[in-house]
Design a protein around this ligand. Structure first.
Ligand SMILES: Nc1nc2c(c(=O)[nH]1)N[C@@H](CN(C=O)c1ccc(C(=O)N[C@@H](CCC(=O)O)C(=O)O)cc1)CN2
Length: 291
């Protein structure tokens, strides 16, 4: 069984980005600049956004963090987005999800300039991705493709089951893996909460992607021997024996599934760090697009 090490792979990608940035600086080209907006103080979201800012420093990007209070109105957030759309120094920006309930997520994502939408969530980028046109790919699916490619996991002709149809992971990943691309050409089933007899479907799969957000949902009896397992879930499970009061659990029961898998991503240290590396890659691309 081989661990798909997202931490190590994301560090390699960040090193590659840092080299590209240093070359840009030497050539007198613009330094990439990523901005992030966070609304509220959700612990996990703050961890992810801080990690994005820290990663920018690591690769030599400029970064701007805009943190807004929990009771920010939709109008105030749309105003901040407009400012970033018009800011000539910002190459790309993201609005950290989820947003507080008074704010309409779709309205917010549609307000982002598609050329600065390094999360790839704007309908223009989703449409381009679906049509296989150049676009910003959403960072988590993009990270999974990159991990599969770097570990040379074959996808062509394979049966893939993606569990979870979210707009940011499951749905785009199901589209990407079915496309004619280097990591693609798979026969993809997109399973969700209404799927009947899920285990009979996952047991047939060469690759299972668990992206439903239920801790330790996928168990050993649900996968076949030799399958590749991608775990997208990160749930904070209360654990008083830990200093921070919780442990991180994936959507996969690692103990039982790893006994049957040929490749598997861990949590932490799997898909999560890849998400951040691919966001940086998109930001570098956004900057290059403006050269
Ligand atoms: N605007 C966006 N919002 C959200 C996205 C996104 O891509 N864009 N994805 C997720 C959260 N996410 C990125 O923002 C993210 C999740 C997890 C990690 C990560 O590195 N996880 C670590 C563990 C970190 C911890 O201690 O909790 C790991 O898995 O090793 C990075 C980014 C939802 N929102």
């Amino acid at each position: 069984m081989i661990i798909l090490d997202g931490k190590k792979t994301s560090d390699n990608i960040k090193d590659e980005i840092a080299i590209a940035v240093a070359k840009r600086k030497e050539a007198g080209l613009k330094t990439p600049h990523l901005a992030a907006i966070i609304v509220g103080t959700d612990g996990a979201s703050m961890t992810y956004v801080n990690s994005k800012v820290k990663s920018c420093q690591k690769v030599g990007f400029n970064s701007t963090l805009i943190d807004l209070p929990e009771d920010t109105t939709e109008e105030q957030l749309l105003h901040e987005i407009e400012e970033l759309n018009n800011d000539k120094d910002i190459d790309g920006f993201i609005v950290q999800l989820p947003l507080p309930k008074q704010i309409d997520e779709q309205k917010v994502l549609m307000a982002v300039d598609p050329d600065k939408d390094v999360d790839g969530f704007h309908p223009v980028n989703v449409g381009k991705m679906t049509l296989d046109l150049p676009s910003f790919l959403p960072a988590t699916p993009y990270g999974i493709l990159e991990l599969l490619e770097r570990y040379e996991v074959e996808t062509s002709g394979k049966k893939v089951v993606v569990i979870g149809r979210s707009h940011i992971v499951g749905r785009p990943l199901s589209i990407l893996l079915s496309q004619k691309r280097k990591v693609g050409n798979a026969t993809v089933t997109l399973a969700h909460s209404r799927t009947r007899d899920l285990a009979s479907i996952t047991r047939e799969a060469d690759i299972v992607v668990a992206a439903l957000g239920i801790a330790e949902f996928l168990t050993g009896d649900m996968v076949k021997d030799g399958a590749t397992i991608i775990d997208v879930g990160i749930t904070r499970v209360k654990d008083d024996s830990k200093k921070r009061g919780y442990r991180l659990a994936g959507d996969v029961d690692f103990e039982s599934v790893s006994k049957k898998a040929s490749f598997i991503t861990p949590v932490p240290g799997g898909v999560g760090p890849m998400t951040i590396a691919m966001l940086l890659k998109n930001t570098l691309q956004a900057c290059e697009n403006r050269d």
